[in-house]
Design a protein around this ligand. Structure first.
Ligand code: ATP
Ligand code: MG
Length: 337
């Protein structure tokens, strides 16, 4: 099995796809067919397998440390491979520490609130990885491409002006900054598929019976608005890419390459956090030794004490103070890895 490249190598591999300042960003400069010079799908699969393993280790520490959370936002045109990328890249992580939300057209209850309401409710708790399969960014994409959706949002008419997209970009930048200041690390992915490749994948879905379910009539309708979407994506990335919440514009015509870039970006994000297992202080260690000793003497104390058993006689033992189980938002400092 290959070994994982160094942090520096991962960062330089990701550089062409990472946008932290969108002012000069041009979507047409990113080639959906790009494979970063890599030729072999098999070699990429080997590297991905090591990456998936590393991701699992990092997630374990993220969960144990219980301080940061990681929000991964996925946006793309239909059939760009969001679902498959999430499935493969996250295949090694512990489901307990990971949650996926797929955002569809808002319900009438959701339309009765501001557009961020449903997303804020779905944010990952500390220690977790949250995945948004589509997100609040649809408010600057599908809603922009189909203005009738905006009219369905019941906004006071005087608030719907020509500045609305500029205002939404600004609000999203501010919300993401706020989240960052509260320990939510954000990474955003636009899986950039070409129009030809989308056609190929749609036809596959139509030809193969077991893939028919993946095709919806809406997909063909949205394809007709291809250029409007490309413009909306470009404008959105130009206005919402920041140092702390960067966009990765990921070539998506080769699924194996897409997965490699996404896995690399998530590893890079988690590596930046200095994640470590909480340490146990002297008082806690003493408590643990007492519990260990109690367990080893359970049932009359006939069992010989092990090498690590505390030397105290059971009769003189102080009652062990109960410590609360790991709760969300609790102080993880006393938790044991
Ligand atoms: P798949 O790859 O399975 O097609 P998908 O993400 O496209 O996944 P769908 O159920 O096909 O899922 O489509 C969800 C639809 O919901 C998308 O067309 C998207 O544009 C739409 N949607 C998401 N958020 C909003 C929103 N805020 N307002 C209007 N439409 C939205
Ligand atoms: Mg769809």
């Amino acid at each position: 099995m290959p070994s994982l490249p160094s942090r520096r190598r991962i960062a330089s591999f990701l550089k062409p796809f990472r946008v932290t300042n969108g002012s000069k960003f041009k979507l047409k400069r990113v080639d959906p067919d790009d494979t970063g010079g890599l030729k072999s799908k098999e070699a990429a699969a080997g590297i991905l397998a090591v990456g998936v393993k590393r991701l699992a280790e990092l997630q374990d520490r993220l969960y144990a440390q219980d301080r940061w959370s990681l929000l991964l936002v996925f946006q793309a045109m239909d059939a760009a491979g969001k679902d498959g990328t999430i499935k493969h890249v996250m295949s090694g992580v512990n489901p307990t520490g990971c949650q996926v939300f797929s955002f569809k057209a808002p319900s009438s209850e959701e339309l009765d609130h501001d557009y961020m309401w449903r997303s804020l409710k779905a944010l990952p708790e500390r220690g977790r990885i949250g995945i948004f399969n589509r997100s609040y960014y649809e408010e600057m994409l599908v809603v922009r491409v189909h203005p009738e959706l905006l009219h369905g949002q019941k906004l006071p008419p005087q608030l719907v002006t020509d500045d609305i997209w500029k205002e939404r970009f600004e609000d999203v930048r501010n919300i993401e900054q706020y989240l960052g200041r509260n320990g939510v690390l954000i990474r955003k992915f636009f899986l950039h598929v070409s129009k030809d490749e989308q056609k190929k994948r749609f036809l596959e879905r139509l030809h193969q019976k077991d893939k028919n379910w993946k095709f919806s009539m809406a997909d063909a309708k949205e394809r007709n608005c291809w250029d409007d979407y490309q413009n909306a994506y470009e404008d959105m990335i130009q206005h919402t890419a920041t140092e702390d919440a960067p966009w990765y514009v990921v070539p998506a015509d080769h699924k194996w390459f897409t997965r490699l870039v996404v896995a690399g970006a998530i590893i890079d994000a988690l590596e930046s956090l200095d994640l470590h297992y909480p340490t146990v202080d002297a008082h806690k260690r003493e408590e643990l030794q007492l519990v260990q000793s109690e367990l080893e003497h359970e049932g009359g104390g006939s069992k010989k004490a092990g090498a690590h058993t505390a030397k105290k006689a059971p009769a003189k033992r102080k009652p062990v103070k109960k410590t609360p189980a790991k709760t969300q938002g609790g102080d993880g400092a006393g938790d044991v890895a």
